[in-house]
Design a binder for this molecule. Sequence first.
Ligand code: HEM
Ligand SMILES: [Cu+2]
Length: 642
Amino acid sequence: MIADLFGRKFYMASDTIGAWVMLTLTAILGIILITRAKKWPIIREYATTTHHRKIGVLYLLSATLFFMRAGIEALIIRIQLAFPDNNFWVFQGEKFNEAFTTHGTIMIFFVAMPLLIGLMNVAVPLQIGAQDMAFPYLNAVSFWLFLAGALLVNMSFFMTASPNAGWTLYAPLSTDTYTPSAGNDYYIFGIQVSGIGTILAAINMIVTIVRHRAPGMTLMKMPLFPWSTLITSFLILIAFPVLTIALYILMFDRFFGTSFFSGPEGDPIYWQHLFWIFGHPEVYIIILPAFGIFSDIISTFSKKRVFGYGSMVVALAIIGLLGFMVWVHHMFTVGLGALVNTFFAVTTMLIAVPTGIKIFNWLFTMRKGVIRFSTPMLFAAGFIPTFVMGGVTGVMLSAAAADLQYHDTYFVVAHFHYVIIGGTVLGAFAGIYYWFPKMFGITLNETLGKLHFWLFLIGFHITFFPQHFAGLNGMPRRVYTYTAEDNVFVFNFVSTLGAFLMGIGTAVFVWNIYKSFKKPQKAGDDPWNGRTLEWSVPSPAPEHPFENTPQVVSHDPVWEAKLHRDGELPKASESRTAPIDVVSWQPVMLGSLMLFFSLAFIYHVTWLQVTLGIAVLGFFVVRALTDEHTKKAKEDQAHDNV
Ligand code: HEM
Ligand SMILES: [Cu+2]
C-alpha cells in the first residue's frame, strides 16, 4: 500500500499493517475494559494530576510500555541474527537499520530515563521529608512533554517512517541527502520535545532537594538516592542543552538547506563532538540514580548504615565531573591524534577509581550485615558482579590503541548492555519492587519477583556474554547478517536463546504486577524495616504525606527513631507548607499541542506550523495569567464555609 502524505512517502509493508491491526485491536479492547470496569475517573485523575507520586507512576507505566515495544524489537533483531544468511520476515537491510535505531533510541530516552525519573518522583520528596516537588505544575508539564516526544518517536513506525541512522544519528548519514525520509525528523522532534521536559524535571529536582528538605536534614545527612538525583540533575542541566543545540543545527541542515554537518563547508566530526559531549554524560545520567537506589537498598537489607557514606557522595560527584571529560573515547578511531587520544584514555580510566570505591563500599556494607534476600536485594546482589564485568570491558575499551580493534564491533554492544542493563535496568527493577508499597499500598508478589529476577539475570548473561566473542571474532555492530564462514554463528545463536529467556523474565514481571493487583497483599507503612523517611509515612503516600514535619537529627532517621525513640520521629518546631497542588488539564494540552506542532514540521505543513505556533504562544499567555494562589485561597474559603 503506497500513499502520499503531504509529499512524504507512506508505504505500508506487512509488518506495519500487522502493527496497525494490533494497535487498533488493543485500543478497542482497552476502551471496552476501562468502560466496563468504570475506570475513566482514574484516567482523568492521573491525566490532570500534579502530585509527585502519581506523576512518578505515569513515568513508570509509560517506561514499561516502551520497554515492551523496544524489547520486541530486540527480539526481532535477535531472530534475524540467529542464523547465518537469515531472511526473517521483512527485517533485513533498511528495516534492520530502523529496528536497531528505534530500539536503541527508545531504550535510552523513553525507558532508562523515565524509569529513573519516575522513581525519583515517587521516592525523593518522601525521602527528604518534603510534601511534594517544589513545582508540582511544572512536574506535570515535564511528564506530558516527555510523553509527547516519546509518542512521536514511537509513532514513526506506524507512519512508515522510522528513524534509521542509529541512536547516535551520525552525520552525514542523518542529513537529508542520505536519509530523506521523515524518519530522522521524528527523532529530532521527539527527542527535542521530551528533552525540554527532562530539563524542566532536572530544575524541579534541584530546587526540591535544595529547598524542601526537612529541618535538620543537612546535605550530608541526606540518603544516597536523593544525592544521586541531585548530581544527576546537574548533569542533565549541563548535558541536555548540548543535545538541544546539536539537534537544532541538524534540523537546520535537514529543513533549511544549511550544511553545518556536511558538504564542503560543513564537517560531520562536529556532530560527533556535540553528540558525545551530551552522550557520555548521558550514560552517567542513567547510571548514577541506579547507584543511589542500590545504596539505599543494600543498606536497608543488610540492616547497616551504608559503609563510607562520605566517600560515596564524593565518588558520585567525581564521576559526574569526570563524565564531562571523556567524550572522545567514542571517537578514538576518528584520528584526532595521539595526544588527544591519550588524554581521553587517561581520564576514562580514572573513572574506574571512584566507581571502584563505590563497589567496595557496597560490599563492605553487606559485610557482617544481617542480609535478607528479598527481591530488591536480589537485584542489588545481581547488579554488583554484572556491572563490574561491564566496567572491566569499559576499561579495556578505554585503551585507545586496543579500541581500534574493538570499535563498532559486538564487543561494544556487549559492553554497553552490561552497564546499562546490569546497572540501570536492574536498578529500576530493584527500585520498583522496593517502593511499590509507597506507590500503591501493596507489595509485589515475592515468589514471582524472585522468578523474574533469576530468569532475567540468567537470560541476560546468556544473551550478552557471547557477544564479546562475536565482537572479538570481528562481527561489526549494526549489520543485519553474516555468513557461515564468519565464525560467529554459535555466539549469535546462544545470544538469541538468552534474549528469549529475558523476554520470559519480563513477562513474569508484568504478570506479577497484574497478579499483585488482583490479589492485593496490603503493605504496612514500613514493609522492609526501613531506615529513611519514606517509611514513616502511610502507604500509598498521601497527598500531603508529612502530617508533622519531622526534625531530622541523624542519618537514617527512621532507623535511629526505632533504636532510641520507640519509633517516634522528633517533630520540627515549625511545619513545612506544601506547594500548591492543582488539578489541571493544561499540561496534557501543552503536550498535545507540541506533538501536533512537531508533526506540522515533520510533514512541512506551513499553515499548521503557524497556527499551532500561535496556539503554543497563546497557551503561555493563558498560563501566565492563571493565578493559582488566589484560586486556591478562594476554594479553601468556600470549603471552610460549608
Ligand atoms: C532486553 C534485552 C535487550 C536485547 C536482547 C538487546 C539487543 C540489542 C541488539 C541485538 C542490538 C543491535 C546491535 C547492533 O546491531 O548494532 C542492540 C542495540 C542497542 N541497544 Fe539493546 N537490547 C536489549 C536491551 C537494551 C536496553 C535496556 C537498552 C538501554 C536502556 C539498550 C540499548 C541499546 C542501544 C543504545 C543500542 C544501539 C543502537 C544503535 O546502534 O544505534 N538495549 N540491542
Ligand atoms: Cu562514553
